[in-house]
Design a protein around this ligand. Structure first.
Ligand code: KG4
Ligand code: ZN
Length: 339
């Protein structure tokens, strides 16, 4: 079975082909970062228009590069939500139109399930059940994954997602967009002992997150410094990153203890953060847990994760009609279990 995957939920156009026998045979990514950079964040209308320009040529390129013809494709997977409505509609319309023309099924995939399943794009995927931490620009979720497609929500962010907090703090520090990698880079030059930032919601029970207070704490620290030097900014960057990473570590540890599970999967854009990976790995090593994360190129948005998630669902016979529907808001716990 060969599945074409299309990701257009935000500011990356991703197109990939997953082959049951050979794995990924095409994987193309076009980032709109340069388009949105000067605005300091994603401009939805510009994102949609750019997806329109890029998606079809990228599908043609993926077919050519993998030596595939349309007749070789057995199904199309596209991101149906959550995400920017206009951007999602571009991918959904193209997926459904091609599926109708090629007489094959098209299936809407939950973007965060795509992120989660990206950790299975390896020769030794984790065995179910496991705890998953999904940390992206729009979501911070702790889930108990009992079976394929069966997700129980353990905790989530009550305000800003982890990636969003990175992006907003980067803006305060006059760094570029997206902010996560910029903060990580600047933090390398920071003094870890100068500032101690709070670890929000860790001194009370529960698995929810809140990063908005940490963002305000960062802003207040910068205001006290007035004319912050590069060194001041690096010291703030490391204090902020350490606080986010430590907060996430405490919640993951708590989720593993609470569920009695011993496997943790982390995915989503922020899981590319080297410090987060290092701290979670060290926590797991000390306690005898296993940690899995996607390859760095599959942490941030990509088409491969959608093609693979589509393959997992289409091979089990999941279908939908040709109506073009997207779900900008879509709880992951509503997904059909993969039987
Ligand atoms: O998963 P993703 O590509 O898109 C969404 O689904 O939102 O995540 C993007 C988020 C951005 O907020 C970005 O700043 C963050 O992931 N990010 C990082 C790193 N790389 C990307 N955050 C911290 N450290 C990184 N290395
Ligand atoms: Zn994403």
């Amino acid at each position: 079975m060969k599945v074409l995957g299309i990701e257009t939920s935000c500011d990356e156009t991703g197109v990939a082909i997953y082959d049951e026998q050979r794995g990924l045979i095409a994987d193309l990514l076009y980032s709109q970062i340069d388009l949105h950079k000067k605005y300091g964040g994603v401009v939805p209308e510009l994102a949609s228009r750019d997806h329109i320009r890029k998606t079809l040529p990228m599908i043609e390129q993926a077919l050519t590069e993998s030596g595939s013809k349309p007749a070789d494709i057995d199904g199309i997977a596209y991101t149906a939500g959550p995400g920017l409505v206009g951007a999602l509609l571009v991918g959904a319309s193209i997926a459904k139109s091609l599926a109708l023309a090629w007489d094959i099924p098209a299936l809407g995939i939950h973007h965060m399930e795509g992120h989660l399943l990206a950790a299975r794009l390896t020769s030794e995927p984790p065995d179910y059940p496991y705890v998953a931490l999904l940390v992206s620009g729009g979501h911070t979720l702790l889930l108990c994954c009992e079976n394929p497609g069966q997700y129980q929500l353990l905790g989530e962010s009550l305000d800003d997602a982890a990636g969003e907090a990175f992006d907003k703090v980067a803006k305060m520090l006059s760094l570029g967009y997206p902010g996560g990698p910029e903060i990580a880079k600047l933090a390398l030059a920071g003094d870890p002992n100068r500032f101690k930032f709070p670890r929000p919601m860790t001194n009370r029970p529960g698995l929810d997150f809140s990063f908005s207070g940490l963002k305000t704490f960062t802003l207040n620290t910068l205001q006290v410094l007035e004319q912050a030097t590069i060194q001041d900014k690096a010291d703030v960057a490391i204090a902020f990153q350490t606080a986010v990473v430590d907060t996430i570590r405490i919640k993951c540890q708590r989720a593993l203890e609470q569920t009695g599970l011993s496997t943790l999967v982390i995915a989503g854009g922020v899981s590319a953060n080297t410090e987060l990976r290092r701290i979670l790995q060290s926590m797991a090593d000390k306690r005898g847990y296993n940690v899995y994360y996607p390859a760095p190129e599959f942490c941030t948005d990509n088409g491969a994760m959608i093609a693979y998630a589509g393959f997992e669902r289409l091979k089990r016979g999941q279908v939908e009609d040709y109506a073009i529907n997207v779900k900008p808001r879509w709880p992951m716990t509503d997904l059909p279990v993969m039987s």
